[in-house]
Write a protein that binds this ligand. Structure first.
Ligand code: C2E
Ligand code: MG
Ligand code: MG
Ligand code: MG
Length: 287
């Protein structure tokens, strides 16, 4: 009986794995057509300078509007785009679209795009960037690339050389989700970053006096300041979070308190309305 039960369990896992594999395959197939069908969209979330309380730029965040209404989150399809290498054409579309948006926003704003490991490893990335920047007629430093620790898993000379090649194009580099990976400190020595983005897991509930998050944020800010890098605290939702982040000396904040990811039209309306002066709305968190 025990043997039978064991076989049943095995079967269960085999089926589950099969279902997972076919779901991935289905997503991959649909993703292949998504660009041609115009189903991918970029939304833009404000990044605010803490000192001036003005919007300094936006992070471009991708959405997949499949069919009519269902919106698929990037956490679901970006890993599949990575594994299938579809991230290369999709990533090129992201860079071109973001540069076109920068041209519409004007000289004083920047847009950051997320670059995933396979895209980073693509030899043609610097050429793609230079061509997109030229086509849009923007300054290269108006484009920022957000890079996660995933790219450091490949320690080949080509990979490390890519940082220098990207830097030479004139774009800015930001280290995304700082603090979540192993040995994150080592990365700072290896690459010419302009900014550290402090992961939202340190920001969530940082205002709670029993949490160690404030001490961690404070030491990241100290490190960034010594290295002449900016810091953006991600995931700032409440007035308490904002007051704490301001007190700890972060140069920039991003989070629902200043705005959720929005369409270009909404961004243009926001900038026209307040001249880029950011208004903290506060946000009732579900957590
Ligand atoms: P990320 O780059 O760390 O982006 C920040 C995520 O935090 C976004 O989720 C954003 O909507 C969310 N967020 C911003 N403010 C708040 C807040 O106040 N509270 C909370 N709870 N969340 C907040 P999103 O858009 O679902 O993106 C998730 C991840 O997917 C991104 O993390 C990034 O790693 C990846 N991703 C998104 N767009 C792209 C893209 O165009 N290319 C690539 N390669 N990856 C992307
Ligand atoms: Mg990011
Ligand atoms: Mg992040
Ligand atoms: Mg993140």
């Amino acid at each position: 009986a025990a043997k039978d039960a064991g076989r049943g369990v095995y079967r269960f896992y085999a089926d589950a794995m099969h279902n997972q594999a076919s779901e991935r395959k289905a997503i991959e197939d649909a993703l292949r057509d998504a660009l041609a069908k115009d189903e991918l969209k970029l939304l833009y979330q404000p990044i605010v300078n803490v000192g001036s309380e003005r919007i300094s730029g936006f992070e471009a965040l991708i959405r997949w509007q499949q069919g009519g209404d269902a919106v698929i989150s990037p956490s679901k399809f970006i890993p599949i785009a990575e594994e299938s290498n579809l991230i290369v054409p999709i990533g090129e579309w992201i860079i071109r679209t973001a540069c076109a948006t920068i041209a519409r926003l004007g000289q004083e704003y920047r847009v950051a795009v997320n670059v995933s490991p396979r895209q980073f490893a693509n030899e043609k990335l610097p050429a793609t960037i230079l061509s997109a920047v030229a086509a849009a007629g923007i300054r290269p430093d108006q484009l920022e690339l957000e890079i996660t620790e995933g790219v450091f898993l490949d320690e080949s000379p080509e990979n490390l050389e890519m940082f220098q090649r990207l830097k030479r194009t004139g774009v800015r580099l930001a280290l995304d989700d700082f603090g979540t990976g192993y040995s994150a400190l080592g990365y700072l020595k290896k690459a010419p970053f302009d900014k550290i983005k402090i992961d939202q897991s340190f920001v969530l509930g940082a205002a709670d006096p029993s949490s160690m998050n404030a001490a961690i944020i404070s030491s990241i800010v100290g490190l960034a300041t010594a290295l002449k890098m900016e810091t953006t605290a991600e995931g700032v939702e409440t007035h308490d979070d904002l007051a704490l982040i301001r007190g700890l000396g972060c140069s920039h904040v991003q989070g629902y308190i200043y705005g959720k990811p929005m369409t270009v039209e909404e961004v243009l309306a926001l900038l026209a309305d307040g001249n880029g002066k950011a208004v903290a709305q506060g946000y009732k968190s579900a957590r």
